[in-house]
Design a protein around this ligand. Structure first.
Ligand code: SF4
Length: 619
């Protein structure tokens, strides 16, 4: 079946067919392709038609990896649409935590969940799991799910009715599907990837991999390959152990705490000689003491029985310390760093294995809306020069966006005075007042977001203002989203790089203008220093651009593109920070943001005339 027939819609938008064709060719040729397409381009549908056509011809399957649940849902929607036109076997998976029916009987923190499930399954305490091999409904559920990907709530309902674990339904469906949508973890996390590949005998060489929002991969690997523990958490773990009557473990954790406190006090600077710390444990407590303690805390069997029998809270800090010690005592190349009262184990080259990992697949397509400059993008993922092809999907005439960069404001740390906050709030309020439809305001951090929300609320009283908050559950985020959509002229405050600024769709005229406030540079940290040092040793000239500036600019550009979701869209983008006006920043902007760009001191009255001029020109 060709890419036209494979396409989920009646016709292609400009640029989509070319992208589908390029993906198709790359998949046939076994290439690694970096494909850039702006927000609202419709790249998912285009990539699906190209990748699925190539998969059919080569007898491969397609695995589509996404960073967030919302991105998975978006791809699943496209899959459903495509299944409506041509039947094919598809499946998706979220994290096991999202499926568990057993945990609904008690509150389980996500960090303890893996242990909770393993414990219940291995001790025959989960009837949903036991029923998987007994229930006749199980196979029927899997077959049905494959031919029409079910909504998550529907799968949970059906599985509850059949009294089987919905995760097992999803897992078996994935094993049989020719197209599977999964979180990054199922592809790149050595602990989770066997669930998809090894346990289902899925051969990577017969798999086409698509990675959505690939600019997030370095950050993902950084998180995957690092661990942090604070002295407060070590103390908390000792308390948990005592409460669980694990006296011996509590004593060992206290000894661990004393040693870590000494190391913290003795060592100057952020880098700690890991070998000497391990030697110290060996000298003080014996050769295998640390490994044994790590194993005991990670397995936590004493605590497990205690928490089940006495219906106590599960010991999350014990598990956390156990995980940290496992990594500390393993032979990995992580370096040990410290700051404040925290210790971190950091892989200074978090993407070192990525090139090899991608090479195991038949072909890989890395998608992003912000690839520029592609050579730095490829190097930031550890891909050697010439290893990946780059394709930029052109869709410029699709949208009309006018961009303003305000040089009169900045969120540079030293400039964050009450006067500067007031100035920014005045200007954001002017954007809101001069935009009749919805507005998105994206701040560099939650602290700036909170202050800005309060100050703009004082200035704009006749509009619905809603704000993201740290640590929102999916349900709470949905409420914020619904509240924003409940009025046509609402204002959404969110952070750059957060759940509302990437992968969220603001269809139609839901958002007419976007105000991007400040540059979200990652705060300097020993974790970053370790990566900088590693890149410097490797002779990388663009390490600051790669690790700090580019990720911050990408977050800003992604946020700026939130309102551009479909062809013909018109909108305004304001960047409130003089740093966006530099030549280097402008060169890195996607072309649709650069095409109609004005740089200047945008006072509230200048914003008003700029906005009104634009909207009146739109008719
Ligand atoms: S097997 Fe399924 S239902 Fe049982 S504990 Fe694990 S995830 Fe929950």
């Amino acid at each position: 079946m060709g890419i036209e027939t494979r396409f989920a819609y009646e016709s292609f938008r400009p640029g989509q067919k070319e992208l589908a064709q390029r993906v198709y060719e790359a998949c046939l040729d076994g290439d690694i392709l970096i494909a850039e397409a702006m927000s609202g381009f419709g790249k998912t549908a285009a990539v699906l038609s190209g990748a699925l056509s190539a998969a059919e011809e080569t007898g491969c399957r397609v695995v589509y990896a996404c960073r967030t649940k919302r991105q998975i849902n978006r791809v699943v929607e496209e899959t459903s649409r495509l299944q409506g036109r041509h039947p094919f076997k598809a499946a998706y998976a979220l994290s096991k935590f999202d499926y568990c029916l057993l945990r609904r009987r008690r509150e389980i923190p996500p960090e303890s969940f893996g242990w909770y499930c393993t414990f219940n399954v291995s001790n025959n305490l989960c009837s949903y799991f036991l029923n998987v091999t007994l229930s006749e409904d199980f196979d029927r559920l899997v077959s049905r799910a494959l031919l029409r990907v079910p909504r998550h709530a529907e799968l949970l309902r059906e599985s509850e009715r059949a009294h089987v674990c919905p995760y097992e339904v999803a897992r078996l469906a994935m094993a049989q599907a020719t197209f599977a949508v999964v979180p990054y973890q199922y592809v790149f996390d050595p602990k989770a990837a066997p669930v998809l590949f090894d346990r289902n005998a899925i051969d990577r060489r017969k798999t086409i991999l698509v990675v959505d929002e690939a600019h997030n991969m370095r950050e993902f690997f950084r998180g995957l390959n690092s661990a942090v523990i604070t002295l407060e958490q070590v103390k908390g773990a000792a308390r948990e152990a005592r409460a669980m009557l694990m006296e011996e473990a509590a004593g060992s954790i206290s000894a661990l705490q004393r040693t870590l406190e000494q190391v913290m006090a003795e060592r100057q600077g952020w880098l700690i000689d890991r070998a000497s710390v391990l030697e110290r444990f060996r000298k003080d407590h014996g050769t295998a003491w640390l490994q044994n303690l790590a194993f005991e805390l990670s397995a936590s069997s004493g605590a497990a029985w205690g928490s089940i029998v006495y219906e106590r809270k599960l010991p999350s800090l014990i598990l956390r310390v156990g995980e940290f010690l496992s990594r500390l005592s393993s032979s990995g190349r992580s370096v040990l760093v410290k700051w404040d009262d925290a210790f971190g184990l950091v892989d200074p080259d978090p993407v070192s294995g990525l090139g090899g990992c991608l090479a195991e697949f038949r072909s890989s397509v890395l998608l992003s809306a912000t690839v520029n400059p592609s050579s730095v993008f490829a190097r930031s993922l550890g891909l050697e020069p010439g290893r990946a092809e780059t394709y930029e999907a052109s869709a410029e005439p699709l949208v009309t966006v006018r961009t303003a960069v305000d040089t009169g404001t900045s969120t540079r740390y030293k400039l964050r005075t009450p006067e500067m906050y007031a100035k920014i709030a005045d200007r954001v309020a002017a954007v809101v007042r001069s935009t009749r439809s919805g507005v998105g305001v994206f701040a560099p951090s939650y602290s700036v977001l909170g202050a800005l929300f309060e100050m703009v609320s004082e200035r704009v009283s006749d509009r619905r203002l809603v704000s993201e908050a740290p640590g929102l559950s999916s349900e709470q985020a949905e409420e914020v989203f619904d509240s924003f959509r409940s009025a046509e002229d609402s204002v959404l405050f969110a952070v750059q790089g957060g759940r509302f600024s990437e992968g969220e769709d603001f269809d139609g005229g839901a958002m007419g203008s976007v105000a991007v406030v400040g540059l979200a540079l990652p705060p300097p940290s020993p974790m970053m220093y370790a990566e900088y040092a590693c890149l410097k040793r490797a002779g990388e000239q663009d390490s600051y651009l790669m690790l700090s500036r580019l990720p911050a600019l990408r977050r800003a550009f992604q946020a700026a593109g939130r309102h551009v979701r479909s062809p013909g869209k018109r909108g305004l983008v304001f960047f409130f920070d003089e740093r966006f006006g530099s030549t280097a920043a402008r060169e890195l902007m996607p072309s649709w943001l650069r095409r109609d760009l004005t740089v200047g001191d945008f006072t509230p009255s200048a914003i008003d005339s700029f906005s009104r001029g634009f909207w009146s020109s739109c008719g």
